[in-house]
Design a protein around this ligand. Sequence first.
Ligand code: FAD
Length: 436
Amino acid sequence: MSNIVVVGSGMAGFGAAHRLQGEGIRPVIYERSSYYGGHTASFRDSSGFLFDLGPHISFTKDPRVQNLLAGFVDNEYEALQVKLDNYWRGLRLTHPVQLHLNGLPKDLIVEILADFVKVHNEPEPPVANYEDWLIASYGRKFAELFPMQYTRKYHLTTASNMSTEWLGPRMYRPSLEEMLRGALAPWAPEVHYITHFRYPKKGGFLSYLNSLPNLADIRLEHDVIAIDPKTRVLRFSNGASTQYDALVSSIPLPTLIPMISGVPQDVVAASRQLACSTCVLVNVGVNRSDLSEGQITYIYDEDICFTRLSFPHMLSVTNAPPGCGSIQAEVYFSDKYRPLQQSTESIIDQVIADLRRCKILREEDVILFRGAMTVQYANVIFDLDRAKAVETVHGYLDDIGIHYCGRYGDWGYMWTDESFISGERAAEAALSAASS
Ligand SMILES: Cc1cc2nc3c(=O)[nH]c(=O)nc-3n(C[C@H](O)[C@H](O)[C@H](O)COP(=O)(O)OP(=O)(O)OC[C@H]3O[C@@H](n4cnc5c(N)ncnc54)[C@H](O)[C@@H]3O)c2cc1C
């Protein structure tokens, strides 16, 4: 039987193991961390609060993946309506803001609408970058005050330095009628690409991966540091090594490329151009649960350190002790655009101070837990260097027969279901390669 080795035990590694099981193969998965699950891991602290490694909800529209995930948790999941809101200069605005202008000052609504009508009446201009797309879609005033500002916080670069390949259904383009309706009065159009989602009843998002140890022999604390594609050998930082017939890798490309022996310099240079955000997740447990109406809040103001807030106790009651609530704040950095230079403790202090400034935390709230987790690779940044660099790197990996997969192997803006499917596809390709 072919020796197909998988690196990484996140959703992509899970997808690969699931596909290989279909062929009667139980692969070895090598994982650098002391736990499995990658980005979909969940941790419960000693005070009883559970935090995922970044807010994770399942909103896949693929019925096959929906059924698989439901089966993995024995149908024990919450099915919830999504509730999103926005914080902008002290105001709480319904999501998406472009359809709910009525919460804004009147003069500003007039300016936004006047700009929107102007672009609406002009022929669609050529779009060379995300900024062009935003202005063509919403008018300059709205684009500058909302998505362009959010872009600097979330993607850590300017909209003019970004492509539009990643957009998909993420940014809703309203009609004039929809903008006017939302400016005149509150209404509830169902236009967001997520309306409902699922989340395991207990154990956090990681519960979806509970069957992974049955599908694969997971070797934790095996950090791959060198790959020889000619002899097909992997070496680990603990001194061990292993051989493979075919390799499925979900290692992030900028980490993977320099460890390959004989890699050409232009490929290394391309991998250095790939930009990604790093996320410091600040977790706070509080002695009350009425912290928010929405499960996720987007924060636009650049003088507030966090970009998004989520409230894990609103996903499952088992995520917090009875009567308590929890907050997870995302603070973003990027080696390429905004390197992380602060200590974790100072980021936690700043988050708590900003939560009070936004009136999400009250002075009298008792903080039962505070902590932070750093996600080195968070969101791929679709800057203008990305497309060409990815083509170079993927072309090289195809040539040497390494089957890359997942968010950081494909180097895309992929959700958990897409990462799972990507792992399945890579396993499929590895099966064909190993049998040829
Ligand atoms: C903040 C945030 C929120 C998100 N929210 C959602 C959401 O709500 N819904 C959703 O569907 N998706 C969400 N996503 C996307 C989702 O996390 C990813 O699509 C998915 O988890 C990626 O899985 P993966 O297996 O590709 O990568 P990973 O989960 O990163 O798995 C890769 C694994 O490889 C291991 N590894 C890396 N290098 C080595 C090495 N050298 N040797 C051995 N092992 C190595 C890592 O430790 C890791 O376990 C979110 C992502 C982020 C960052």
